[in-house]
Design a protein around this ligand. Sequence first.
Ligand SMILES: Cc1cc2nc3c(=O)[nH]c(=O)nc-3n(C[C@H](O)[C@H](O)[C@H](O)COP(=O)(O)OP(=O)(O)OC[C@H]3O[C@@H](n4cnc5c(N)ncnc54)[C@H](O)[C@@H]3O)c2cc1C
Length: 174
Amino acid sequence: MIGNATTRTADFVILGAGVMGASIAFHLARRKAGSVAVLDKDHVGSGGSSRSSALVRMHYSFAPEVQLALVSLKMFQHWREVVGEAGARWEGHAGATRFYMELLGAIPDIHFDLQQIVIGPQGVCEEATVTGTQQGKWLSHPPTGTKVDFRVVIYFPWDQRLKKFTGERVFLWS
Ligand SMILES: Cc1cc2nc3c(=O)[nH]c(=O)nc-3n(C[C@H](O)[C@H](O)[C@H](O)COP(=O)(O)OP(=O)(O)OC[C@H]3O[C@@H](n4cnc5c(N)ncnc54)[C@H](O)[C@@H]3O)c2cc1C
């Protein structure tokens, strides 16, 4: 199911939530090209992407593939700068509270503008644009006193057995 409070349309609709679809969505969002929806007939990563050995190699015999691999290598080498800080964790209710207190403390006039919400058996995924004024340090970003404008995707995994959400994964990019 896809939609938000006002619309069920998107500027870009991507079929297939494998690494290709995810990458296209990422780059469109990064360029602020418009609203993006990724649809999958099954679930995220249900295709070959979940089975990959995750090897990165440069030796191919097909010239366009070599060029693609070389561009990819630059992205892998600068992964943090490209996709943002990864891996930071805030554990439990106390961690979640701390995360949001730090965020709200750093950007007191924060405004979440929900763009998309996707609900499925694996959980709920929300995409929003966030604006405000950064008055305090947040993550590794020093206080600038200037306007911030970034995108956030929040994924709430649903545990079908326990019948509850098991956490929240937050992905940010500007
Ligand atoms: C065992 C194995 C090991 C691998 N190891 C490596 C490796 O080490 N290094 C490497 O670079 N590559 C590796 N690969 C290859 C790599 O995993 C694939 O090239 C890559 O994941 C393909 O990504 P994709 O997004 O194109 O396809 P997929 O990951 O297959 O995603 C396609 C998605 O589209 C959905 N879909 C299909 N039809 C529709 C439809 N009509 N409507 C909506 N959704 C649809 C599917 O459900 C699926 O989720 C490996 C592959 C396998 C199988």
